[in-house]
Design a binder for this molecule. Structure first.
Ligand code: MN
Length: 515
């Protein structure tokens, strides 16, 4: 019998705790919609109490995303539980996930509570959450370093109080697969009525064992894994969703377990999360790295040509890596364009379709073939659009050997046209210095990345930048067949986000820290 493992995705909560990966509201909703297409069972959309931005993200995801259960994290405190409910109420499938440490190290030094006080608090808070929702999850934080007898006592009590899921976190990434599997086995044996709750695991990757520990727990009967797309998360990250899912799918014979994930959506989800968070996926990363399906050894290639299964344990198609197809030409109409977007899973408004269509038409004048990836970049930019305080009207850059790179930039700032010329240390620097002088920005440029979206020298270049100004940070993207223009667009996109967040003060703010 093959058991179905619940996939609990925490990309928007723990994933967002990755240094530098903060996302705005629109970006979170976009990722959540893709997670729904991917077929995850539960989305942890944020930690409602921690900040107004998180509250709003949980609320909007709960309102707008259909399919998965939407969850908010809450510390074991009344105000946290109430706030989680405030954000979730009205949505069809919701869960409150509350947590409290059970390790003596945490209780003594961080919470200053006795074991008895912590147990009582955990039970009270699970009951309080059950007063609002049917579906409650409890996590004993730092479980892998807790006294096992006390841990089992707490789990028994919270299951008795109505927690339908108990999640065992390896908060600091300290466990080994053998130990962690044993821990799950002990919990199942020692906690009476443990079968009334789903046992979940939440593993961190400090020693590179998050996926191994999660799979070891599945072998011992865990029914839910908490994971993130591309394995992003606090410090070295969380267990990687795609590795767990493909591990189970490929070795179902061994694990006797699988998930309901539509694996064909994996590659696209990975690209979206990487793009939005600015967290690049290493090329040799399992499943979603650029080289994961690239065979270079001659012997392997020879085998593959004769029979795929000789050296390929998974098909690239199974994660949605298909040969890039030309999807639109110069003569394609608006209707075909919308249809193509819908096939790709987007549901844009008429206005978004119009804006994207105009850009695709202009792009078709610059390069012969438009690929799916081109469309995705353009539509996701248009759908995530924020009010533009700064609009690029034109850019002219002169550079080359023996020349001082000079940029002339024409911007519309708050609807007013402004033109300025400046120099720099290379064409991008010249453009950036000129834009910085025109906008008066105090932000610092932390990262600058450029990559080609598809093959060929006529491909669109996509530039991603990360800016920081005080406590605010923003990631900007820009795509164009001219990489200097793409660079200017990315810079302005980030400046617009900073301006927007400051005006709404909805920037990803300082969080209270966690599981
Ligand atoms: Mn965590």
């Amino acid at each position: 019998m093959v058991r179905m493992i619940r996939i609990f995705d925490t990309t928007l909560r723990d994933g967002e705790q990755s240094p530098g990966a903060s996302m705005n509201l629109e970006e979170k909703v976009m990722i959540a919609k893709q997670l729904a297409r991917l077929g995850v069972d539960i989305i942890e959309a944020g930690f409602a109490y921690s900040s107004p931005g998180d509250f709003e993200a949980v609320r909007q995801v709960a309102q707008e995303v259909e399919g998965p259960t939407i969850c908010s994290l809450a510390r074991a405190r009344p105000e946290d539980i109430d706030r989680a409910w405030e954000a979730l109420k009205g949505a069809p499938k919701v869960r409150i996930h509350t947590f409290l440490s059970t390790s003596d190290i945490h209780l003594k030094h961080q919470f200053r509570m006795t074991r008895e006080e912590a147990l009582k608090r955990a039970v009270e808070m699970v009951q309080r959450a059950r007063g609002y929702v049917e579906d409650v999850e409890f996590s004993p934080m730092d479980a892998s370093r807790s006294d096992i007898v006390y841990l089992c006592e707490v789990l028994e009590a919270v299951i008795g109080a109505g927690a339908g899921t108990v999640n065992i976190p390896d908060t600091v990434g300290y466990a080994t697969p053998q130990e962690f599997g044993q821990l799950i086995r002990t919990i199942r044996q020692k906690v009476s009525h443990s079968d009334r709750a789903v046992i979940s695991v939440h593993c961190h990757n400090d020693l590179g064992l998050a996926v191994s520990n999660s799979l070891a727990a599945i072998l011992e009967g865990a029914g839910q894994v908490e994971c993130t797309v591309n394995g992003i998360g606090e410090r070295a990250g969380n267990a990687s969703m795609e590795e767990i899912v493909m591990g189970l799918r490929t070795r179902k014979d061994f694990y006797k377990a699988d998930s309901r994930i539509r694996t064909e959506e994996i590659s696209k989800t990975s690209r979206l999360v990487s793009k939005i968070t600015g967290m690049v996926v290493q090329p040799n990363k399992a499943i979603v790295g650029a080289n994961a399906f690239a065979h270079t050894s001659g012997i392997h290639q020879d085998g593959l040509l004769k029979e795929k299964s000789t050296y390929e344990i998974m098909r690239p198609e199974s994660i949605g890596l298909i040969q890039s197809k030309m999807v639109l030409g110069k003569l394609s109409g608006r209707h075909a364009f919308r249809q193509r977007l819908e096939e790709l899973g987007y549901k844009p408004s008429d206005e978004e379709v119009n804006r994207a269509f105009d850009r695709v038409k202009r792009l078709a004048d610059q390069k012969k073939e438009i690929f799916e990836e081109d469309l995705e970049v353009i539509i996701s930019e248009e759908m995530a659009k924020i009010p533009e305080r700064y609009v690029l009207k034109s850019l002219f850059v002169e550079s080359g050997t023996g020349k001082v790179p000079t940029a002339t930039v024409e911007l519309e700032i708050d609807g007013r046209a402004v033109t300025q010329t400046g120099t720099g240390d290379g064409p991008v620097d010249a453009a950036y210095r000129t834009i910085a002088a025109m906008t008066g920005t105090k932000s610092r440029l932390l990262t600058y990345m450029v990559k080609a979206i598809t093959g060929g020298t006529d491909a669109q270049g996509e530039v991603s930048v990360r800016l920081e100004e005080g406590r605010n940070a923003a990631i900007g993207h820009g795509a164009d067949t001219d990489i200097i223009v793409a660079s200017a667009k990315a810079y302005l996109n980030a400046l617009n986000k900073l301006a927007f967040w400051v005006s709404k003060s909805s920037s990803p703010d300082q969080k209270i820290g966690l599981v």
